[in-house]
Design a binder for this molecule. Sequence first.
Ligand SMILES: NC(=O)c1ccc[n+]([C@@H]2O[C@H](COP(=O)([O-])OP(=O)(O)OC[C@H]3O[C@@H](n4cnc5c(N)ncnc54)[C@H](OP(=O)(O)O)[C@@H]3O)[C@@H](O)[C@H]2O)c1
Length: 253
Amino acid sequence: MQTILITGCSSGFGLETARYFLERGWNVIATMRSPRDVELPDSPLLRVLALDVCDAEGIRQVAESAGPIDVLVNNAGVGLLSVFEGTPMAAVRSLFETNTFGAMALTQAFLPQFTSRRSGLIVNVSSSVTLMPLPMLATYTASKAALNAFTECLALELAPFDVRVRLVLPGQSPETPFGQNARALMEAEAVRVPEPYADFASAVIQKLMGAVGPLTHARDVAEAIWRAANDPACPIRQPAGADAVAVAGSQPR
Ligand SMILES: NC(=O)c1ccc[n+]([C@@H]2O[C@H](COP(=O)([O-])OP(=O)(O)OC[C@H]3O[C@@H](n4cnc5c(N)ncnc54)[C@H](OP(=O)(O)O)[C@@H]3O)[C@@H](O)[C@H]2O)c1
């Protein structure tokens, strides 16, 4: 029986992916910053572990107590919609700590068991925003684009060990609390819109809120991670969600 460890399972894509793999008979180690009652089935296949991906000692403890795993999913992440001039460097660093360095640190903690066993898979949850430049997303996109570059270089380094590395690029998914969590970070880090950007920023936000068209569902992301885990031929970059698939399809090859 295979084992998957997923970060950021308290809500959204992580929670849905944990459920999806449990339903299909996998052992699931669902990690979250503050383990609480989330809607996960009462199953002997499930272990819930506390993990803040910015906490080096916590990562060390989880890597030790998890035991052998087959798949690591770096899903934990935070959003940020902000004009760069009004984004304090503390907010920039905080975003990179979670979205980029957190995933890198988890990867480093689990690599020894993968390379010594000569098997394993790392799936990094990035974003389709990395496929096209968008205003007010410079910091967030940079944190995920760095994750893409890291993942694609690492794939080459791990190929001789038969360890696979994959990216999942979800599109916009208002059904998760991602936006709400981004607003909390923006308040905590005193992110502001400088006056000269006021009209521009409100136009960007209105366009984003009023967007109609295909979106991404948590299920799409769980399915993409499932494919990465079960189809060795799956491409290194997988868009997840109808909007992400459309953007990826419009990219020059
Ligand atoms: N929703 C979208 O539109 C969208 C689009 C593209 C990509 N994504 C990416 O998809 C991933 C999941 O997002 P989502 O939509 O499912 O949002 P979400 O519901 O807000 O889930 C994010 C998860 O990350 C966790 N997290 C945040 N900081 C953490 C930390 N330092 N350590 C451990 N866990 C931490 C959150 O835990 P807490 O409950 O403790 O905060 C939560 O469980 C993220 O990487 C996000 O960047 C989202």
